[in-house]
Structures are given as structure tokens and as C-alpha cells.
Write a protein that binds this ligand. Sequence first.
Ligand code: PAF
Length: 280
Amino acid sequence: MYIFKEIRTLQQFLEAEKKAGKKVGFVPTMGALHQGHISLIDAAREQSDIVVCSIFVNPTQFNDPKDYEKYPITINEDVSKLTAAGTDVLFLPAVAEMYPEGVHGEHRHYDFGYLETVLEGAHRPNHFQGVGIIVHKLLEAVLPDGLFMGQKDFQQCMIVKKLLDIIQLPVQLVICPTRREEDGLAMSSRNLRLSSDERQLATAIFNELIRIKENVNQTPLDELKQNAILNLEQQGFQVDYIEVADANNLRVISAPIPESMVALAAAKLNEVRLIDNMLL
Ligand code: PAF
């Protein structure tokens, strides 16, 4: 696996590959890789000739500085996992490479409209602007044919879809299913920060989403959401939201609709904030 730390050398390498007719698949990550990331690499490998993964813990998407400082970094393990998965290229830039004017010198702004005002957008001010900025910069650097992202970050996938419309890059967004641990907990780099007691409890979010899925057509949505919040709070979670929305546009709904619906949850277990979602 080739490792590039500079955009210039990455681009030189990729230009030659593209000239040779190779199709590039790209998996952007913030590292602390788990099987969920590797499933994105696998999907990219199946659909592309060259697989590029980036690891960059992007400071502009963290609204909470403590969350940024504590974001797990496991670069040696990540390199081994990516090599074993058959990744061709790792792009591993420093902050100064992605933000040459400094993180406060970055003035790109995107109109994500309604999508940025709800759920994660409402609870994490400016988070999606930070995601938009870095995904835009990474796409400009890699210019891939396919961009592979996980459904675990449902709202992020919708934001990136909108970003692709705004910046008009001909990139195919491929959304891959959430990978789960045996007890149902969605795989996430943040799970590494859970103590063993918290890890046991964390699966409760998945259980509540399942309960909503199983009862969505029998029980009023408000009751389902309230019960889920109460159950999680009783187990020590601080709940940011449990919502049910139209999966096509993320409009929060108060009664079931015939189109596809998604239940979304975000809750903190002490210091660690977890999100998950389930198509209903
Ligand atoms: O989902 C993530 O890991 C990040 O938000 C992303 C897409 C790599 C941008 O920093």
C-alpha cells in the first residue's frame, strides 16, 4: 500500500493510474478503523480498480473540542488493517496540508438548507459545514469515480449527496449498510472510548430502534419515541434525540407514511456520544 501525505504527490500518482484507464474508489475516514470501514473498502474494491482510503481527523467538524482531543488514533493498526484489506493507497495528510490557511482561515460555506437544521445539525452546530469542507477538499484531491460511505451516518450521507449536487462533481455516492457487533451495537470508532460497563449498556440504542421498527404501525409514533427516550434515560443515557423521519428527505414525521421511514437516535453515555439509525 502506498502512503501519501501530500495532495501533490497523491495527485501525481492517481493521474497516472487514471490515464491508464483505472477507476478510482474512495473511502474517507477519520481512522480508528473497524469492520464497518473495512466493509466500505471491500465494496470499493469490488467496484473499482484502485482503492484510496484517507485518514484525517478533521478539526472543523468537531463542535466539542474535548471530542476532538479524545478522538481515538490507532494509526499502526489502521495501516495493518488497510493493507490486509487490499487497499492500494492511504492518504494521510497533516492538518496544515488540508488547511494551509489554518482551520480558521477556511471560508467555504454550503447551503445545505433544511438538512443542516435538524437532528445532528441541530445538536452539533457547524458540524456539517466542517464535513462539507473536508469532503469537498478530499474529493478535489482524489477525484474518484466512486465515493463509499456508511449508512450509520445517515444524515451525513444525505449532506454529502447534497454537497455533490452543489459542487457538481461527477462522483457516484455508494452508501453501504451499517455493520453491527453481535449484540447489535453499530460499529463506530467512538466505541473504543466506552468502558466495559458502558459497552454492555450501549446496545440499548439498537434495542430501542428495533422496538420502534417492530411497533411503528401499531403504536403512535410519539408514544414510541417517548418510551425509547425514557428507557434510555433509565439506563443512564443522556438522549439528544430519538426521531422518526421520511428517509428520502429527513423530514420528521408524526404518523407513519407509506414511503420509506427511518428512525434515528443520538445519545450520550457519560462522555461518549453515540448515533445510530434504522430503516423501518
Ligand atoms: O464519517 C467520517 O468519518 C467523517 O465525517 C468523514 C466523512 C471522513 C469526514 O471527515
